[in-house]
Ligand binder design. Structure first.
Ligand SMILES: NC(=O)C1=CN([C@@H]2O[C@H](COP(=O)(O)OP(=O)(O)OC[C@H]3O[C@@H](n4cnc5c(N)ncnc54)[C@H](O)[C@@H]3O)[C@@H](O)[C@H]2O)C=CC1
Ligand SMILES: O=C([O-])CC(=O)C(=O)O
Length: 341
């Protein structure tokens, strides 16, 4: 799927007209980005403009979107781009949308946890999801805003209150954890990164991020010490970027890449492409927790199947038990917030 995105980018990078690929055979799909003028929003908007599965691209933010939309719209690819700014244009941005991607809200600074973003981002996510329920209740939602472990349960509660909740259509985007696990594993195992697959399960914060290196392919004979170091680096990947950016935000470019891969997978699923599987944080029964990230098969209605964990090493079993209390309390915090507010 990563290679197909790269293929799409290569195809579109050639100086061709929009007719170079068969538009007729590809369904019309509207994608809306909420928070499109931000650090993630801008490069994500660029990548979605390069995706030939998108026919309409709506870019919404509280400010700055006319400029981003004008800029991106000059790219000679399939989709028509429109920018929307401020509350009174949110409905227009969302109407008719098939996939809504949400990278809206504040990012971390050094010393902060993702949960420290809760107070500001919970309210932002709640108001955006209220608008989604009103203007595009059947859209697939890709939640990027942190803390994902809580913002996804908030979205679910908002949708339940509005009477439109469909658990098959709500996704917490954990693709960046997979992207990191693949990169770090390939480096350590000295294998071709393009061929690497590593499932990452649990949630999207610290120890709740559980990469399953015992299931990584191609197989490599890494020591237990190496596996533990890779696990820790994957769990701390976001913090590594926050510290390197030294107060100027968190991962934006790698996140835009990861967000574009996940949205592409959702669009492929909607279009009926078979066997589209990605890790995502979804409503789940594979553990006792109501939301959990695991491999998910995507289809015409969103989640087609939540796949199981597969065989775990003792180290991973231990990690799974360790992550449950934190993930449980983040889920409960989100649900409580949405019920009270
Ligand atoms: N799921 C993941 O793996 C990752 C999640 N993130 C999260 O993504 C979020 C965004 O990060 P950045 O783009 O770096 O932040 P940023 O501050 O650069 O951009 C956020 C954008 O959201 C906009 N915004 C704020 N309130 C809004 C509202 N009510 N409606 C629409 N837009 C609104 C802002 O105007 C801004 O343009 C953060 O919460 C961050 O923690 C970041 C990296 C990875
Ligand atoms: O670490 C952060 O705050 C942003 C994030 O979620 C990530 O990079 O994985």
């Amino acid at each position: 799927m990563r290679s197909s995105l790269l293929r799409s980018v290569k195809t579109l990078a050639r100086p061709t007209t929009a007719r170079a690929y068969s538009v007729d055979s590809v369904p019309s799909r509207k994608v809306t980005v909420l928070g499109a003028a931000g650090g993630i929003g801008q490069p994500l908007s660029l990548l979605m403009k390069l995706n030939p599965l998108v026919s309409q691209l709506a870019l919404y933010d509280i400010g700055g979107t006319p400029g981003v939309a004008a800029d991106v719209s000059h790219i000679n690819s399939r989709s028509e781009v429109a920018g929307y700014m401020g509350d009174d244009q949110l409905g227009l941005a969302l109407e008719g949308s098939d996939v809504v991607i949400i990278p809206a809200g504040v990012p971390r600074k050094p010393g902060m946890t993702r949960d420290d973003l809760f107070n500001i981002n919970a309210g932002i996510v709640k108001s955006l999801c209220t608008a989604i329920a009103k203007y595009c209740p059947h859209a697939i939602v890709n939640m990027i805003s942190n803390p994902v472990n809580s913002t996804v349960p908030i979205a679910a509660e908002v949708f339940k209150k509005a009477g439109i909740y469909d658990e098959k259509k709500l996704f917490g985007v954990t693709t960046l954890d997979v992207v990191r696990a693949k990169t770090f594993y390939a480096g350590k195992a000295n294998v071709n990164v393009a061929e690497v697959n590593v499932p990452v399960v649990g949630g999207h914060a610290g120890v709740t991020i559980l990469p399953l290196f015992s299931q990584a392919t191609p197989k490599a004979n890494l020591s237990q010490e190496d596996i533990q170091a890779l696990t820790k680096r994957t769990q701390d990947g976001g913090t590594e970027v926050v510290e390197a950016k030294a107060g100027k935000g968190s991962a934006t470019l790698s996140m835009a890449y990861a967000g574009a891969i996940f949205a592409d997978a959702c669009l492929k699923g909607l279009n009926g492409v078979p066997d589209v599987v990605e890790c995502s944080y979804v409503q789940s029964t594979i553990t006792e927790l109501p939301f959990f990230a695991s491999k998910v098969r995507l289809g015409k209605n969103g989640v087609e199947e939540v796949l199981g964990l597969g065989p775990l090493s003792d180290y991973e079993k231990e990690g799974l038990e360790k992550l449950k209390p934190e993930l449980k309390s983040s889920i409960e915090k989100g649900i409580e917030f949405a019920k009270k507010n």
